[in-house]
Design a protein around this ligand. Structure first.
Ligand SMILES: Cc1cc2nc3c(=O)[nH]c(=O)nc-3n(C[C@H](O)[C@H](O)[C@H](O)COP(=O)(O)OP(=O)(O)OC[C@H]3O[C@@H](n4cnc5c(N)ncnc54)[C@H](O)[C@@H]3O)c2cc1C
Length: 443
């Protein structure tokens, strides 16, 4: 089968990429190895990156369109400010999964689900097609542009693209949701024991009691006192010293982001199996810990598990441009910016139970060239595998930014196919005009 644009990976990078390419009039295929669309956006994690530290709105386009679709069905209320994460988009993750399908269906994106990549075909140094395995059947597809939105950069790796990987990767986690949490009881405990919300000394940002005033729409970081107590009894072995949970729109439901498996490279098969096994063990330990030790959780229950272990970091594909940590010196927003990255430096170091967080005053711009492979023609990236150095990656890896990159990659792929040119030759002024017209915020 022949396509103009093939996007591999149906997560925060991939869904907007496919929708944007289709809206540019391209025959578009979205390939996903699982049964569902959304990637880590269907785990319950808040989408970060809509508002920067200065309070300015920095993300629109398809990312916001998805949030408005969720709002219409009562699965999202509004963006809320957070002193630690700048902003939180908290939504019902099952509805996100449905809306990703609905958006692709309405736009006319073809789907290849249950389809893992077997190979990427190159022709004269250009990505020319892919082979997938779907239910025992090998399928071949040809394409003019291939967009890698696999998170791990698997398609680019198979195409022989140049890439980087940090010597020590950030640990990953399996997240889950709990139902029937007594939020008023958690809030009452917090008020009586404000020391519980002391974040680690490596954070340059602090929580304050007023952020919890509304009684919903917050991320809580704390309960280290209970962790200490449980550790002494051998009932908490996870290498993480704070409980982190976010409220979801449905009463009493929260998303818990605490498990931590270190020394995992999710591009290595044996590592992934170890990570899945260990993180499931940790979920069991955590759920029992929450119920037995933490106020408000006594009657709660495990309501859902993310679709799999989440990797924070693996391959970063080398682009014709690479965003580096130097961008923070002047908070650069270059002329070829295709998305504003409005988060903070947020790094989970490999070998400590702590977590490093440093606020970044305002959003920086990601240049277009970070989405275009430097070594393989016709190959683009969208999501956490774009071309950034391992330090600034701590800021760019969040879902909102990945969504904006996806929209830019799909739009640029459409321009490249329409004009019969390489992605590297796309007129960035024109690309930015289209993105702005479609509600993206670029300056
Ligand atoms: C534990 C954890 C907590 C995080 N917390 C937050 C948070 O609170 N807020 C936030 O905004 N961000 C958070 N992040 C970061 C963010 O979730 C990711 O960086 C982001 O989801 C990356 O988007 P992506 O589309 O590149 O990859 P993914 O979300 O991983 O999506 C990739 C998709 O590609 C598919 N795929 C992979 N390989 C193949 C293949 N070979 N063939 C076909 N399909 C394939 C996958 O099944 C998946 O659907 C967190 C990350 C982790 C791991």
């Amino acid at each position: 089968m022949k396509y103009d644009v093939i996007v591999v990976g149906g997560g925060p990078g991939g869904v907007p990429a496919a929708v944007a390419a289709r809206r540019m009039g391209m025959k578009t295929l979205l390939v996903e190895r699982s049964a569902v669309l959304g990637g880590l956006a269907i785990s319950g994690l808040p989408i970060l990156g809509f508002i920067d530290h200065s309070g300015r709105r920095v993300l629109g386009g398809i990312a916001e369109e998805l949030m408005q679709r969720l709002k219409k069905v009562g699965a999202f209320r509004e963006h809320v400010r957070c002193p630690v994460h700048n902003s939180l988009a908290l939504y019902n993750h099952n509805w996100m999964r449905i809306e990703c399908f609905e958006l692709c269906r309405e736009t006319g994106v073809d789907l290849a689900l249950y389809s893992d990549l077997m190979s990427v075909k190159t022709d004269n140094g250009r990505a020319a097609g892919i082979t997938t395995l779907c239910r025992g059947e090998i399928r071949e597809y040809e394409t003019k542009i291939l967009i890698d939105a696999t998170g791990d950069g698997t398609a680019a790796y198979m195409a022989g693209a140049k890439y980087q990987k940090a010597a020590s990767l950030q640990p990953g986690s399996l997240t889950f949701t709990m139902g029937h949490v007594d939020i008023p009881e958690v809030l009452a405990y917090m008020k009586a024991h404000p020391e519980t919300i002391e974040v680690t000394k490596d954070y340059d940002v602090r929580q304050n009691l007023s952020q919890f005033d509304k009684g919903w729409g917050f991320t809580f970081i704390g309960f280290s006192e209970f962790i200490e107590e449980a550790r002494k009894k051998g009932e908490y072995t996870i290498p993480r010293d704070r409980i982190v949970f976010s409220t979801l729109p449905d009463e009493g439901e929260v998303m818990v982001n605490v498990t931590r498996v270190t020394d995992v490279d999710t591009s290595v098969a044996d590592d992934v199996i170890r990570a899945e096994t260990e993180s499931h063990r940790q979920v069991k330990e955590l759920v029992l810990f929450l119920k037995n030790y933490c106020p408000g959780f006594e009657k709660s229950y495990l309501s859902s598990l993310s679709y799999g272990f989440g990797a924070r970091e693996s391959r970063r594909i080398e682009g014709v441009k690479t965003l580096t940590v130097k961008a923070l010196e002047n908070l650069d927003v270059p002329e070829d910016t295709i998305v504003l990255a409005g988060y903070n430096m947020d790094i989970h170091p490999a070998n400590t139970a702590q977590h490093f967080m440093q606020p970044v005053e305002r959003a920086i711009g990601i240049p277009y060239g970070c989405l275009v492979s430097s070594s393989v023609g016709g190959l683009m990236m969208a999501g956490r595998d774009i071309s950034v150095d391992e330090h600034i990656f701590g800021l760019t890896r969040i879902m909102g930014t990945c969504m904006g990159e996806g929209e830019a990659a799909g739009t640029a792929a459409g321009l490249a196919v329409a004009e019969g040119i390489e992605p590297a030759q796309v007129d960035v002024v024109r690309l930015r005009e289209i993105l702005r017209k479609n509600g993206c915020i670029l300056e």
